[in-house]
Ligand binder design. Sequence first.
Ligand SMILES: *[C@@H]1O[C@H](CO)[C@@H](O)[C@H](O)[C@H]1NC(C)=O
Ligand SMILES: *[C@@H]1O[C@H](CO)[C@@H](O)[C@H](O)[C@H]1NC(C)=O
Ligand SMILES: *[C@@H]1O[C@H](CO)[C@@H](O)[C@H](O)[C@H]1NC(C)=O
Ligand SMILES: *[C@@H]1O[C@H](CO)[C@@H](O)[C@H](O)[C@H]1NC(C)=O
Ligand SMILES: *[C@@H]1O[C@H](CO)[C@@H](O)[C@H](O)[C@H]1NC(C)=O
Ligand SMILES: *[C@@H]1O[C@H](CO)[C@@H](O)[C@H](O)[C@H]1NC(C)=O
Length: 563
Amino acid sequence: MNTLLTCSIPLLFSSLVWSGYLEYDQNVLIPDDWTHAGRVDPTEELQLTFALKQENTDLLEALLMLVSDPVSSLYGKHLTLDEVSFLVRPSKLTQKVVHHWLQSHGITNCMTVHTQDFLQCNMTAAVAEMLLPGSKFNRYIRDGHSLVRSSAPYSVHDDVHEHLDFVGGLHRLPPKGQDISKASYNGEKKQSETGVHLGVTPAILRARYNLTATDVGTAQNNSQAVAQFLEQYYNPADLAEFMGMYGRSFKHLSQVERVVGTQGAGKAGLEASLDVEYIMSTGANISTWVFTNPGRHESQEPFLQWMVLLSNMSDLPWVHTISYGDDEDSLSTAYMMRINAEFMKAGVRGISLLFASGDSGAGCRHLGKENSFRPSFPASSPYVTTVGGTSFKNPFKVTYEVTDYISGGGFSNVFKMPDYQASAVDGYLKTVAATLPPRAYFNTSGRAYPDIAALSDNYWVVINRVPVPWVSGTSASTPVVGGMLSLINDQRLLAGLPPLGFLNPRLYKLKGQAMFDVTEGCHLSCLDEQVQGKGFCAAPSWDPVTGWGTPNYPELLAALLVE
Ligand SMILES: *[C@@H]1O[C@H](CO)[C@@H](O)[C@H](O)[C@H]1NC(C)=O
Ligand SMILES: *[C@@H]1O[C@H](CO)[C@@H](O)[C@H](O)[C@H]1NC(C)=O
Ligand SMILES: *[C@@H]1O[C@H](CO)[C@@H](O)[C@H](O)[C@H]1NC(C)=O
Ligand SMILES: *[C@@H]1O[C@H](CO)[C@@H](O)[C@H](O)[C@H]1NC(C)=O
Ligand SMILES: *[C@@H]1O[C@H](CO)[C@@H](O)[C@H](O)[C@H]1NC(C)=O
Ligand SMILES: *[C@@H]1O[C@H](CO)[C@@H](O)[C@H](O)[C@H]1NC(C)=O
């Protein structure tokens, strides 16, 4: 009798639990650079984020495509946050079931958002582990920062399974400081014999992309934002000094309009300084916001926090540039699908989201003996604009641009190719058919990226009051493109037109018009015998290394200033 009981209960339990995994394909391993600091005390308070199933996501996608397609009569007819809320907010049943489930565990301490599709709730670790069978909360430490994550996958009760997309705060880790910091001060890199180095500054960028001194923002209500999720902050004194040194030839602002989140103490971060200094150099004289880690709690996912925040703010900048990415294969499909819905929610409101394409070229995933390229998310999302990187052909002159070998690009293994890019990608695959890497390395049915590019090599950045050369990465090119889109939005607003919103459907219709096509160079990938470190190569027209190329501002403005 006894044995029967102890045997059958776990069996029954495990089948229930198995069916309750929302994120069965989420990587739950904690990388070695995090040190385990023990189990979390059961009485400690955690904050978890519940992503409630939305309604009408198909309609949301259809609407996004309509308001973003210049040929549609709905082009530019963006929705307000209220309207988005009306469209996607979870059904009464979903809300009731989820609330009841939480309440039955004594969880009443929840905040919701305007769209009612996220709940953020505080509870003790003991309650969280009861609520989410399988979860085991531990503390981990890296570089003096500690966080709380579950060392094992969580499940949810069968009753709520169909009402939730995922629960945030258990698995995904904050991004690591990008390669960008390593690239800095790499003194021996690309030094000419004479030691002369040009380096990218605002004046160089403005010259290359044909921005004149009068190409600055003038519209009252225009604004732009950078978001970053590393444990770092930008220093207002650095920005002021940067603008003092490099901003003499154009009217600009030297202060950030608004910081959303908490600015850390200590030293400024390279990434944060870079983003702010450069979006305010191309998007000159445009009010700029910085989104930074919002009131960080050890159990929060910073990127998710930002997404939640967007659903709770009705007044947002029109352009956001974001330097954040994870390997697609490390994230659950449920999470990526839901984050995609969040991107659609932003796009349908007329907000442009620009993501860096990554700094590892095509990437590399080692699976036993077989290698394949490794796409990165959100760069691989069909609902964002992804920005790759270039270098000057001659690093000592303002010449034409070639591929920056680090420029992230490739094909998603998760999202199918959106219609807007099908013919462009098809054209590329045909043009370069003879020289493509082996087909086993990539998936041509997937969303291909990047969409656009800009210089990403050898930037000057002021950090901790010191001008630093050699800073490189697609986190540099992304705010540069963002600032230029903001300038175009500025002219559109002045002309009484709606902002650009989700750019891709319109960008691909230009078929490379108004862009400097990048046709030289390849990016990096797996260091194996088959591909020998080479990923894709740039080619005439669109390519998965530099997209359509880099913007020729006056022509792009002209092309995007109609309707
Ligand atoms: C969203 O904003 C409302 C009020 O503006 C606030 O009460 C609520 O706590 C916010 N939600 C979250 C998750 O921060
Ligand atoms: C939940 O915890 C967070 C972080 O500790 C805190 O900022 C927040 O005020 C708490 N929320 C409520 C509703 O108590
Ligand atoms: C823009 O820049 C390119 C190359 O730097 C140049 O050839 C072109 O004439 C410039 N002007 C316009 C309006 O495109
Ligand atoms: C800068 O922008 C403000 C509006 O924010 C505008 O009033 C002003 O004229 C702009 N400056 C220049 C030089 O265009
Ligand atoms: C700017 O925004 C404010 C409030 O958000 C509004 O009252 C004002 O009319 C707007 N100005 C312009 C030029 O659109
Ligand atoms: C290829 O991409 C599609 C999405 O377009 C996906 O459904 C499929 O699983 C991918 N194949 C592999 C082998 O990853």
